[in-house]
Design a protein around this ligand. Structure first.
Ligand code: F6P
Length: 326
């Protein structure tokens, strides 16, 4: 029998579609196992400001299909300080909370690791970020939806690119990761995909565009991950235009629209599985770990192991795209 009686749940960092489905699964499984559950609003900031309330099964009704996060989110500077973390711990204790489930990305788990080392409160992190840039899991909650949103936008841009014989540079999100770019680029039929993990020179970009236009290509789409080594989509387009004017060139930055919207079936199911696994894990003594889904197996990666692992990108999709974008 677990000694844990009250579990706090929060979302942190950039919101991601499916976070609500994860919150719902955590809340409902706590109640299923006879535990009390508390929602912490605005991530670590809410923990510091005591923005915490008890939730019931009906508090999370009708949210499985909603984008964003009902618990709201933040990127907290105060939690980076020892004083901030101490305040957060005292507030959690005042509610009798003795374990935490966080839903977020690398910043969230890094914060939770420091917090665990200081206060030893059992904590599990559910990977929730559109970037899919965490090691130890094939997918993070939100990535599938965000990539589908990007593909939908790319398809629309293709219509206008084709009508005007234009070249479009489309910038997608993924702070330091090319994952959204790679799979939205492959699915959207991009002629090139530029990712932070691979350096492509302006001359190489032009050589590819030149070759495909000689191959009778009348319009082209290049998908660029933000934070890429070749620069932003605007910067790349500016440099390409100086040397290559076969096409009229335009730039579209998809930005935060990739973060919103109703989660896909995949993200809802993944989030629900993670939510239940997090609570069941805590109750059988798991602590200080990030959940991951490897194939169809649920895994707990300790925060310490996570620090030694590095995220990988989908090299195979990138390779496939290079073969078929001629
Ligand atoms: O981490 C998710 C993400 O959407 C990144 O892809 C992006 O670089 C960043 O968050 C943007 O953060 P913010 O919404 O704080 O500007």
């Amino acid at each position: 029998m677990s000694k844990i009686k009250r579990i706090g749940v929060f979302t942190s960092g950039g919101d991601a579609p499916g976070m609500n489905a994860a919150v719902r699964a955590v809340v409902r499984s706590c109640i299923y196992y006879g535990k009390r559950v508390f929602g912490i609003y605005r991530g670590y900031d809410g923990m510091i400001q005591n923005d915490i309330e008890e939730l019931g099964a009906r508090s999370v009704s009708h949210i499985i299909q909603r984008g964003g996060t009902i618990l709201k989110s933040s990127r907290s500077d105060e939690f980076r300080t020892q004083e901030g973390r101490k305040k957060a711990f005292e507030n959690l204790k005042s509610h009798g909370i003795d374990a935490l489930v966080a839903i977020g990305g690398d910043g969230t788990f890094a914060g939770l690791n420091v917090f665990y080392n200081e206060f030893k409160m059992p904590s599990i992190c559910i990977p929730g970020t559109i970037d899919n840039d965490l090691p130890g899991t094939d997918y993070t909650v939100g990535y599938d939806t965000a990539t589908n949103t990007a593909v939908e936008a790319i398809d629309k841009i293709r219509d206008t690119a084709l009508s005007h014989n234009r070249l479009f540079f489309i910038e997608v999100m993924g702070r330091d990761s090319g994952q959204i770019a790679i799979n939205s680029g492959l699915a959207g039929g991009a002629v090139q995909i530029l990712v932070p993990e691979e350096h492509t020179t302006i001359d190489e970009i032009i050589a590819k565009l030149d070759q495909t236009s000689k191959n009778d290509k009348k319009s082209s789409l290049v998908v660029v991950a933000e934070g890429g080594k070749s620069g932003s989509a605007l910067e790349i387009a500016r440099q390409v235009k100086e040397k290559f004017n076969y096409f009229e060139t335009k730039v579209t930055i998809l930005g935060h629209l990739q973060r919103g919207g109703s989660p896909s079936y995949f993200d809802r199911v993944l989030a629900s599985k993670f939510g239940v696994a997090a609570v069941e894990g805590i109750l059988r003594g798991e602590k200080n770990a990030m959940l991951g889904m490897k194939g169809s197996t649920m895994v707990f990666n300790s925060f310490e192991d996570m620090k030694k692992m590095s995220p990988d990108i989908d090299h195979e999709s990138l390779r496939i795209s290079k073969i078929i974008s001629i």
